[in-house]
Design a protein. Structure first.
Length: 163
């Protein structure tokens, strides 16, 4: 699969009904390759979605000055959103056609500050456990040297997707 930048990954709009037959892994793979339109949140907080595996997603995200707080470090909201996105997409990869997985709760722990000079951050989300009704996940944000900057956990509920 080809990596696609957020600006290139707009794709043609696809109706929800057209995606109804896709598994979660197929849907996330199509997002990564850019064949379907990404949510507008991916333009607000840009990242590159790498090709997914079942139960695992990797993002590349570069902090920008517009995400700095008063101490000139990256705002915790950006960090939490990147973790939540990676974990939710990892949960999505385990779903069957007709299922959805809204977030139930997400937590984040900040280990070291991220600055605009930190470079590309590697954000991963992976499934720890997938039950019949709940998916438990872990996520982390590392720099290019492999240093941990933040980590978190999440649970997503498995529900039937409504038409």
């Amino acid at each position: 699969m080809t990596m696609v930048s957020p600006t290139e990954a707009r794709g043609a709009p696809v109706s929800i009904s057209a995606l109804a037959g896709c598994s979660g892994l197929e849907l996330v793979a199509r997002l990564a390759e850019g064949s379907i339109r990404r949510p507008s949140m991916a333009e607000t907080l840009p990242f590159t979605l790498l090709p997914p595996e079942e139960g695992k997603v990797r993002l590349l995200a570069t902090p920008e000055p517009r995400f700095c707080n008063l101490t000139n470090t990256i705002h915790g909201g950006w960090i939490m959103t990147m973790l939540d996105t990676a974990m939710a997409l990892a949960a999505q990869t385990t779903l069957s056609s007709g299922e959805a997985c809204p977030s139930h709760e997400t937590t984040a722990k900040f280990v070291r500050p991220i600055s605009i000079d930190s470079g590309v951050m590697h954000v991963t989300g992976h499934v720890v456990s997938r039950g019949r009704t709940v998916i438990t996940l872990e996520g982390r944000i590392d720099d290019a040297q492999g240093r941990l900057h933040a980590h978190g956990t999440s649970t997503c509920l498995i529900v039937s997707r409504r038409p």
